[in-house]
Ligand binder design. Structure first.
Ligand code: ASP
Length: 582
């Protein structure tokens, strides 16, 4: 037996008992005549004591040989501790060691295994197994496990069945590049790793499974913008004989129950917003509604005042930054510089201050008199002490730019409290999105998404205007999940492929299996997927998904611990009928 108890378990109730403990040496305090050791395992820390008076000389000597992260086993008696530590569960006791066994030695770890470590990100990733010994990392993985358990229980209680779908498949068009795997048995042919189990879950509906879910790995070969991972986890779901409303109800219920577990609060019905309204009000299809700063459009008030920038703009739109009229020139310039950065690309900012003394000033005093400015202030509903920031330009671009500014101000003004949760559904997404570069339509969600029945006629003449029964769940400005009602009719599905620029042959070659399945009685169905890593991070008041993944990849898609990706030997290449271009 390696242990009678864990290191988080013993308290004053066990004083006098003989116990066996195992674990890692976290810290050693050696006073010569007395040695204290903190022994750590997943469950906590227990203090061990060796002393000249009560322990044998040999025992004391062997304790002196211990180093950090040695794996040891001790036998001893639980005794009351003189200086108690109220911060840990075992703080009232210590173990007077009678027998010590070194189970394994350890090199000195390359960083300290403490909550506040001296190890940088790259080093910790290289030795991730040591990093995982730290409380903060371990707690995040345990948190993830608990959420996964709750999700499984919730969905099972709602009659969902977890079904595994294959990983070696054919391309699933979710808008990213596929990772591919060469087939040895079929030289020159490749599997693709699923960007999601989309087509399989639809086939499960045709198979009569009725309600499916899976906590599943998905793979997308994208350029890794901050905090994306090439492999990530989804809670993937699909339901048959349902409409959009049924799907929203189930997954709102699931999210409410997770939020309730975490905050103790009832969240009630989640607000809903159409895509168009989200873009108009927040310039963003995943608005953070923890704070207001809603967009106000002022074309009607600013045109024809000889201010060319506004006169030439498609849209002039702004936000009211409450209580910030006292911002200095320097502060406002910094915001101007922020929106002029190439990532945002705006030409600049116009400001109007409604000062505490009632005076209105602006950066466009030359063109707008006090009365003009007051009208603008009124439209914003601004109060004394508020600062209005205006931007102008192409409608879509300026909304995106102003949205970036809004989020920046949200951060600067501490309006984005990570322990506060603001969920909402964004609905009625456009079905298609025009891509200027390739001059064709792309599916905004994916090609299996159904148009709203009332918009189906638009597919003929004005497809860009058709809306979809597609929905996203947003929490705190992050897309947590998304899905749609699916096409389940083969003719409509062919029309969709056609609109997306697939020839009949291409559609047949890529999706023939699905179209064929549609011929055998496909039920109406709909579903969605949650980004599990992000959901967990957000629920834990964090936004960095990497922290919630046991073995994440870095920004270049590398696993620096196992050193992957890596070359394969010539024999493997040969077997796969592959040649590397030099
Ligand atoms: N497969 C979709 C995705 O990964 C989700 C869905 O439509 O159910 O985003």
């Amino acid at each position: 037996m390696f242990r009678s108890n864990t290191n988080g378990e013993l308290s004053s109730k066990q004083i006098g008992q003989k116990v066996i403990l195992s674990g890692w040496v976290q810290t050693i305090r050696n006073k010569g005549f007395m040695i204290w050791i903190d022994l750590r395992d997943r469950y906590g820390i227990t203090q061990l004591v060796f002393d000249e008076e009560r322990s044998s000389k040999d025992l004391l000597e062997s304790a002196k040989k211990l180093g950090r992260e040695f794996v040891i086993q001790v036998e001893g008696e639980v005794i009351e501790r003189l200086s108690k530590n109220p911060n840990i569960s075992t703080g009232e006791i210590e173990i007077l060691v009678e027998k010590l066994t070194i189970l394994n030695e350890s090199l000195v770890p390359p960083f300290t295994i403490e909550d506040e470590t001296d190890g940088g990100e790259e080093l910790r990733m290289k030795y991730r197994y040591l990093d995982i010994r730290r409380n903060t990392v371990r707690e995040k993985l345990i948190f993830r496990h608990k959420i996964a358990q709750k999700v499984r229980n919730y969905l099972s209680d709602q009659n969902f069945i977890e079904v595994e779908t294959p990983v070696l498949i054919k391309s699933t068009p979710e808008g990213a590049r596929d990772f591919v795997v060469p087939s040895r048995m079929n030289p020159g042919q490749f599997y693709a790793l699923p960007q999601s189990p989309q087509t399989f879950k639809q086939l499960l509906m045709i198979g009569g499974m009725d309600r499916y879910f899976q906590i599943v790995k998905c793979f997308r070969d994208e350029d890794l913008r901050a905090d994306r991972q090439p492999e990530f986890t989804q809670i993937d779901c699909e339901m048959a004989f349902v409409e959009q409303e049924d799907v929203l109800e189930i997954f709102e219920g699931m999210t409410q129950s997770l939020l309730k577990d975490i905050t103790g609060k009832d969240f009630g019905k989640f607000p809903r917003m159409t895509f168009d309204d989200a873009m108009k009000t927040y310039g963003n299809d995943k608005p953070d509604i923890r704070f207001d700063m809603k967009f106000v459009e002022v074309n009607d008030l600013v045109k024809g005042k000889d201010f060319k920038i506004f006169d030439d703009a498609e849209l002039v739109v702004g936000i009211n930054v409450e209580n910030c009229a006292e911002y200095t020139r320097k502060q406002i310039d910094a915001l101007g510089d922020f929106v002029k950065r190439p990532q945002i690309g705006a030409s600049g900012l116009i400001w109007i201050k409604f000062q505490q003394d009632g005076i209105v000033t602006s950066s466009v005093n030359k063109f707008f008199n006090e009365e003009d400015l007051k009208k603008i202030i009124e439209k914003f509903g601004a109060k004394k002490g508020d600062l209005i920031l205006l931007m102008s330009g192409n409608e879509n671009k300026v909304r995106t730019q102003l949205s970036a500014l809004r989020m920046e101000l949200g951060n600067q003004l501490n309006l984005r409290n990570p322990k506060e949760f603001a969920p909402l559904w964004v609905v009625d997404f456009p079905l298609l999105e025009w891509d200027e570069e390739t001059e064709r339509f792309h599916a905004m969600h994916h090609p299996f998404t159904a148009p709203k029945p009332e918009d189906e006629h638009l597919l003929e003449n004005n497809p860009g205007k058709a809306r979809a029964n597609a929905y996203d769940l947003i929490i705190n400005g992050n897309e947590i999940g998304g899905g749609s009602v699916r096409i389940f009719n083969k003719d409509l599905q062919s029309k969709m492929f056609d609109l997306l620029g697939f020839t009949k042959e291409e559609a047949e070659a890529q999706f023939g299996f699905l179209m064929n399945a549609f011929k055998y009685g496909a039920p109406p169905h709909a579903g969605l997927a949650f980004g599990f890593d992000r959901l967990v991070a957000i629920l834990d008041g964090n936004e960095v998904i990497r922290d919630y993944i046991a073995f994440p990849k870095n920004n270049s898609g590398r696993d620096v611990m196992i050193d992957a990706p890596s070359k394969i030997v010539d024999l493997q290449l040969e077997e796969l009928a592959l040649k590397i271009k030099n």
